[in-house]
Design a protein around this ligand. Sequence first.
Ligand code: CAA
Ligand code: NAD
Length: 307
Amino acid sequence: MAFARFASTSATAAAKKLVVKHVTVVGGGQMGAGIAQVAASTGHTVILVDQSDEILNKSKKGIEDSLKKVAKKRFADKPEAGAEFIEKTLKNIGTSTDPVSVVHSTDLVVEAIVENLSAKHDLFKTLDKFAPEHTIFASNTSSLPITDIANATTRQDRFGGLHFFNPVPVMKLVEVVKTPMTSEKTFESLVDFTKALGKNPVACKDTPGFIVNRLLVPYLMEAVRLFERGDATKEDIDIAMKLGAGYPMGPFELLDYVGLDTSKYIIDGWQSLDPDNPLFAPSPLLNKLVEEKKLGKKTGEGFYKHK
Ligand code: CAA
Ligand code: NAD
């Protein structure tokens, strides 16, 4: 009898979990486009939002190119099935320049806009007024406290972190971040969503950099400092970490891949929280490149030139 009561209680709790079907992704850059692609390719309907149609057209082109790579691999011997997969995925993605007009029917908002707290606040504060009660909000921030972002809303219990990795269609990990206010149901719904995307979730508290970036970003900054001191060339540092440590990219290649603006926002934010920590010291070279709008792969030049 007691067991039956327990079983029905846990069944009710499970039934209460939100099964995400419709996703709004805000920010159609490297990360947002990748998140939209993976969600759409796993059967979710997606609206991708950015500031202009021009940007959204670029996002869609990027998604199509990436889908071709995925299809080539997944349907190596069945090109027709690959073409059908691409067509079906693209059909699941709509676009908009006005998030307010599209959130009315969404289960989950994933934010992947610029790494800036006030921009994220403005966005979520507005969306909080227009999204349905049940809608979960999540940020893909690399370094900002999820709690600080959630505080712009009245739904801190339905707010968590979903930290994807670049390139999203390839990288298997998602860090699912639970703040002290995130409800268990929200956390579990986010975990289930990442699994539905075919990703491997790990749980993390709302601590700066979560797991990966807390380890990765200081390493990247140490590489820049090594180069700034003239101890080795950036090319040799990249070769050293690839051939000596087995990393798929060297630190300068990876900084260009992530985006030098994003890397600078991360380190500047942490430095303001912990000014005496030498791991978070700013880099004059990184600052100079960002000032020159050499942001890496996305602008065609960073530490290296890109085609
Ligand atoms: N979409 C779909 N498929 C892609 C892709 C994309 N955008 N990019 C690469 N691929 C596929 C390729 O088609 C290729 O597939 P096959 O195995 O079938 O040939 C495979 O991935 C490998 O790609 P490439 O041969 O072009 O090049 P590569 O072997 O150098 O791999 C890479 C590219 C996957 C990006 C690899 O270099 C890598 O893993 N780099 C490190 C990436 C990394 O560390 N990311 C985390 C950054 S930190 C972060 O994201 C968090 C943050 O907050 C800043
Ligand atoms: P990105 O510069 O490629 O794209 C950001 C996009 O957001 C741009 O297209 C921009 O037009 C759009 N945008 C800015 N403000 C907006 C607004 N108010 N409304 C709608 N769209 C807006 O940046 P990214 O690399 O995709 O990073 C996005 C977020 O993901 C950041 O928070 C970043 O820290 C995080 N992140 C980045 C990486 C990475 O490797 N680049 C990895 C994980 C997480």
